[in-house]
Design a protein around this ligand. Structure first.
Ligand code: PLP
Length: 283
């Protein structure tokens, strides 16, 4: 496998960044993950818009023109012969002697791109079985709107889910509302067919898959409510699912051991999964 690191395409096993990279020492960086379908990137413009926003919020310079980034990401996809999978882009503030404040003068941001194939049949089979989620206390910083590489709370939440035999953990804030999953946005569908997901205004990462799904829902004339919901409301819902670039729509069949609906993937979640790519920008 091939990775891009600061101007060079290298074997993944040899690819490395400096030990004084601020991404390594401070998690001082951001990332994006794009789905690859038929060797092409899904919703690239939206991912780049979010990347630029994350960089701006952290006052990290944009490392190069987005058109150049696109060429590099496409090249990593091509060199790895990915037909279906994901491409990962990471930009950190760069390499400097360790000091919490920003380097002065500025250093060049570090850019890393990797890609991997996913197993389409395996993911589809998982979607048809559905997955279990647990809940865990929200313990992340308030700036989860920034797609930062500082993911330790997410790592611990995902592991807690695994330890409990579940696929994902949903964070619950101090008011008792679900925010999102460790690496996905959380959705439920009420028994009368309203689709509910937390508003992207605060407390969650504004998912690109989420944004496209909002358009899919409108075109299918499904009712959307962007508002808070509780784990109890999820347990009482007809359906639930999670969304992210790597999973698109993954039906959820139980929360903390309580079955959702009839304990099987819901028809609307499966339909949204099927419709998604008709609405995505694939290029
Ligand atoms: N929320 C979190 C915390 C995530 O890490 C992710 C994606 O990895 C998402 C939501 C979904 O975002 P997207 O649909 O852009 O992948």
């Amino acid at each position: 496998r091939i990775a891009y690191v600061n101007g060079l395409y290298q074997n993944l096993s040899d690819a490395a960044v400096n030990v004084e990279d601020r991404g390594y020492q401070f998690a001082d960086g951001v990332y994006e993950v794009c789905e690859i379908v038929g060797g092409k990137m899904v919703d690239f413009p939206r991912h780049m818009a979010r990347l630029e926003r994350s960089l701006r919020e952290l006052r990290i310079a944009t490392p190069m023109a987005l058109t150049s980034l696109k060429v590099i990401m496409q090249e990593v996809v091509r060199r790895n012969r990915i037909s279906y999978g994901i491409v990962y882009l990471q930009v950190t503030r760069g390499v400097a002697h360790r000091d919490h404040g920003f380097p002065s003068p500025d250093v060049k941001p570090s850019v890393v791109v990797t890609a991997k194939s996913l197993n389409f049949a395996k993911n589809q089979a998982a979607a048809e079985r559905g997955v279990k989620v647990i809940t865990t206390a929200e313990n992340r910083w308030p700036r989860v709107d920034i797609k930062s590489v500082g993911l330790l709370p997410n790592v611990l939440a995902r592991q807690e889910a695994r330890d409990k035999g579940a696929y994902e953990a949903w964070y619950v804030d101090d008011k008792g509302f679900v925010t999102e999953g460790a690496s996905c946005n959380a959705w439920i569908i009420t028994k009368d067919g309203r689709v509910i997901t937390k508003s992207a205004e605060r407390g969650i990462l504004s998912g690109i898959t989420r944004a496209v799904l909002v358009e899919v829902l409108a075109s299918l004339q499904l009712k959307l409510e962007e508002r808070n919901f509780t784990p109890k409301e999820a347990a009482d819902a007809a359906e639930a699912f999670v969304s992210s670039a790597s999973q698109i729509v993954m039906p959820v069949i139980s929360i903390d051991g309580n079955p959702i609906g009839n304990g099987k993937p819901g028809p609307t979640a499966l339909r949204l999964r099927q419709e998604f790519h008709k609405f995505a920008d694939i290029a």
